[in-house]
Design a protein around this ligand. Structure first.
Ligand code: FES
Ligand code: FES
Length: 158
């Protein structure tokens, strides 16, 4: 049986002390210990982006990140943006444009898109394609997602 260790994490502005397997990934701790289920376990090997969360303000694949390395750094999942205007714009646009089908990619996609929207000015479709290239979607063909991010970016910069 793996050794256990006590971790002190800050997730969505809440402090949490977790008893987890030594070597546990952040994704495992979020989902299996803290029961925060928005980051999805897709490939579990760094390919699909469905597990993307912000760590210290930067999108990272939580399936490749050791939870212990997140001590002292804020972790934010898509659940932690309730008062955020840009995330609200993105959510509205995803909904209006039908950019969510099965939803498996959506939380990771929104995290990456939100990070893109921190750039000044409206994003081009090329910027958006490049910025979302690490997030795979098996349902939508990407068009509606890119449309949504472009519209949110335009609104945010107007
Ligand atoms: S589950 Fe982490 S990249 Fe696919
Ligand atoms: S909506 Fe199904 S994977 Fe993107």
């Amino acid at each position: 049986m793996a050794d256990r260790e006590k971790l002190n994490l800050t997730v969505n502005s809440d402090n949490a002390t977790v008893d987890a397997d030594a070597g546990a990934t952040l994704l495992t701790v979020l989902r299996d210990e803290l029961r925060i289920l928005s980051p999805k376990r897709g490939c579990n090997q760094g390919v699909c982006g469905s597990c993307t969360v912000l760590i210290d303000g930067t999108p990272q694949r939580s399936c490749l990140t050791l939870a212990v390395t997140c001590e002292g750094k804020p972790v934010q999942t898509v659940d932690g943006f309730d008062a955020d205007t840009k995330m609200a714009l993105l959510r509205d646009q995803f909904q209006q444009n039908g950019a969510v089908q099965c939803g498996f990619c959506t939380s990771g996609m929104l995290i990456s898109a939100w990070h893109l929207l921190q750039e000044d000015g409206a994003l081009s479709r090329e910027d958006i394609n490049a910025g979302l290239s690490g997030n795979l979607c098996r349902c939508t063909g990407y068009q509606k997602i890119v449309d949504s991010v472009a519209a949110a970016s335009k609104e945010a910069s107007s």
